[in-house]
Ligand binder design. Sequence first.
Ligand code: 13P
Length: 309
Amino acid sequence: MALVTTKDMFRKALDGGYAVGAFNINNMEIVQAITDAAVAEKSPVILQVGTISMNYLRPAYTVKLVEAAAEDAGIDFAFHLDHGEDFETCRKCVDMGFTSVMIDGSKLPFEENIEMTRRVCEYAHARGVVVEAELGKLAGVEDSVNVDARSATFTDPDQAAEFVERTGVDSLAVAIGTSHGAYKFKGEPYLDFQRLQEIHKRIPDTPLVLHGASSVLPQYIEQCNAYGGTIPAATGVPESMIKEAAGYGICKVNVDTDIKLAMTAAVRKQIAEDTASFDPRKYMGAGRDLITEMIRHKMQAMLGSGGRA
Ligand code: 13P
């Protein structure tokens, strides 16, 4: 089976009012857990990797691992670069076999973001690869991205329309109140749905992307802490909000934190309860199983992507 672009996936998601999960990979068990879930749910899926995770995994292993997953799982999925920092990073990933790249110029002034995105689009499109860009700036911390709450800005709907028109970008990540990492909201969760609807109205054919979309499931934090963790309480994006967002053009929902939490919760429990064991297959396997269960739940109950592959 093959690595495909997100073009068809997003077209169907836009028409069907559901979203496709884009799950970050950091090791082999996570790759397997995501593809196992997609196979079980017959769901479209995107495997994505940021540059720091790719360096941890090592670039050659990353590509081979993802190719092996497509072959072994017998499904088509997209392979995406998350938060490419510059043209050169995106170019390398296009050349390595990614089917989709994100150029994150959100920290740049508007005109410079347009210029860099346009350049990446030119290179990627000529080689059959699709491009995601970001307009507005999400708060939070994730690998190479670190934006404090004061410098975060929401996406302007008029600028979004101009940006898509002038860059030819395939999908657009918008800032409407989510943030990267576990600590997303000080009080009650809030997303600016009115802004999202305005953006969707201006560019109805452009698939929109929601970064920072982990629900930060409390049961995983509790499990980590019950087995020696000291993770402070945190609030993620409620599943109901993700569902609502999918009705307003959000086609791609990014999840990284929930995967890390599930893996840590399972590994901590397994090691604590089976103290005589020193077999990595046991605790890494427990992590893999819990991630599969969590992603299956998201595909069925939150994204609405189950049965759409
Ligand atoms: P979370 O930190 O909410 O999982 O977001 C991940 C993300 O947006 C990857 O780009």
